[in-house]
Write a protein that binds this ligand. Structure first.
Ligand code: GDP
Length: 194
């Protein structure tokens, strides 16, 4: 995709704040610190439109980014951050569930998993949840530059097994640092927009 315009639109905490628009939305899910902001910045070739967090898990909002006035990236609040209260966790669950099950503009979800580690119980739960809802998903294994090239396939295999992905389930090996996987991921996303 050729990026012409990008705009941070809103940090929404409730559905009334979601943009009043019919444009397609691609959501990003993953544990906090997995690299969601960095991935958005890399996809749209902006250094800092999405805020990369020094403080993981602090933002319990849905962040909307408008791309070319034709689609939105929706950065969902990261899960798996230990230092949040039970109450915050519940709130998080409700907000995400509502968005994922009710938002009509949602076309697909990028589920980010750190390539270095086997998926956590929460990663597995999120994956099952997304499939259960019936959403189109692409697993994106992030931070690939942190693993030697020759070892990546083995890590991907473990991630596929743990998430019980079908053989042909879309999965993109990604590095925001190096740009690896960018074109492949864009073509998957573009396929979901029309
Ligand atoms: P978020 O909390 O999911 O939005 O994660 P961020 O995008 O803020 O990234 C968390 C940390 O991981 C930051 O220090 C990033 O610089 C780092 N990071 C993210 N993606 C990559 C990557 O592809 N390669 C490397 N080496 N570091 C990354």
């Amino acid at each position: 995709m050729k990026i012409r315009t990008t705009e941070f639109v809103i940090s929404a905490v409730k559905p009334e704040q979601y943009p009043d628009s019919a444009l397609p939305e691609i959501a990003l899910a993953g544990r906090s610190n997995v690299g969601k902001s960095s991935l958005i910045n890399r996809l749209i070739q902006r250094k800092n439109l999405a805020r990369t967090s020094g403080q993981p898990g602090k933002t319990q909002t849905l962040n909307y980014y408008l791309i070319n006035e034709e689609m939105y990236f929706v950065d969902l609040p990261g899960y798996g951050f230990a230092r949040v209260s039970q109450e915050q966790r519940k709130q998080w669950g409700k907000m995400i569930e509502k968005y994922l099950t009710e938002r009509r503009n949602l076309r697909a979800v990028l589920h980010l998993i750190d390539i270095r580690h086997p998926p956590s119980a929460e990663d597995v739960m999120m994956s099952e949840w997304l499939h259960h809802i019936g959403l189109e998903t692409c697993v994106v294994t992030t931070k690939a530059d942190k693993i030697p090239k020759g070892k990546r396939a083995q890590h991907v295999k473990i991630i596929r097994e743990k998430l019980q992905l079908a053989k042909d389930h879309p999965l993109v090996v990604f590095s925001s640092e190096e740009g690896l996987g960018k074109d492949e991921l864009w073509s998957w996303i573009e396929g979901k927009l029309s």
